[in-house]
Ligand binder design. Sequence first.
Ligand code: DON
Length: 309
Amino acid sequence: MKKNIVDLQGKLNALLHSYRDSFVEGAVADYIPALASVEPDFAGIAVATIDGKTVGAGDYQHAFSIQSISKIFGLVMAMNRLGDSLWQRVRMEPSGQPFNSIIQLEWEKGIPRNPVINAGALLVADVLTSHYSASKLAFLGFVRKLANNEDIRVDLDVYQSEFTHGNRNAALAYLMKSFGNIEAEIPDVLSHYFTQCSIAMSCEQLAQSLLFLANKGIDPLTKQVICSPKDAHRVNAILSTSGMYDQSGEFAFSVGLPAKSGVGGGLIAIVPNYGVICTWSPPLNSFGNSVVGMKLVEGIAEELGLSIY
Ligand code: DON
C-alpha cells in the first residue's frame, strides 16, 4: 500500500476541488426538518492517522449532525457492556433494505438484521438505556473521551426535530417490544437514540475519535483500550457489510473499506492499521449516503491504495 502522508494535504485540496461540480447532485435530508435548513454546499474531508497526524481540507472543522455515525459509538458501548449475549438480540447480516425499513423486522420476530440499521441501533439504545443509570450522559462522555474534547455537544434543535418527526423509529421500537426484544420504556429508548443522533462533530473530531477501530481497539493517541481487538474486527466487519445500507455492496466494490454514513451528510471510512477518513457534504442519494462524500472517499482510497481487499 502507498500510504505516504506527504502531500496528503495537496491531494485532499485537489479532490475537493474536482468534485465541486457534483455538489448540486442529491438532496439534503428533509424528513428531519432541522436538517433541511443546512447549506448544501458545505464540504470537508479529514484524514487522521494512527501516528497522530490529521490533515484536512474544506469545511473539515465545521460541526455537523453525526446522525447514524453515532451508531458506531453505541455499538461499541453495548458490546463492552453486554459481551457476546448482545448477538442473541441483534444479528450481523446485511439487511438489503433501506436504513429505516420495518418490513423485515416482523418476519424476523423483532430481531434486527444488524446494529447499524435504525431497528438495530434502537435495540442498542435499549441496551444502553437499561444498563446505565444516565445513558445519554454516559454516551456523550464516551464520545468526548474518544475525541479528547469536552466541548462536543448535542444539537437540541435537531433532537427536538427528530422527536417530533420520529414516528417510524417509534414504530420500530414498539414492534420490537411486542416481541419482547426491548426492555426499557419506549420514550426513554427513543430519547437516548435521538440524543446520540443529534450530537454535532466535525470531520476532524470524528476521524480522530474512531482511530481505535483502525488500531485493533486501542486509541493510538492516548493508548487507552476502547474495545478488544476481536470487537474492533467485528465492528469493522459490520461496517463493511452494512454501514452503507443497501449500497454496501457497491461501496465494497468501488472503495473497499469499512464505512458508515449519516443523513447529516457525514461519512467515515476505517483504514485498518493506517487511520480514518471522514467527509461531510449534506446532499444525499436515495440510499441516504452523501453523494460527494462517496466520491471523495473513493478518490482518496484509490489514490493512496487503501482498499482492504
Ligand atoms: O433515525 C433516523 O432516521 C436518523 N436519526 C438517522 C438515520 C441515518 O443517519 C441514516 N444514515 N444514512
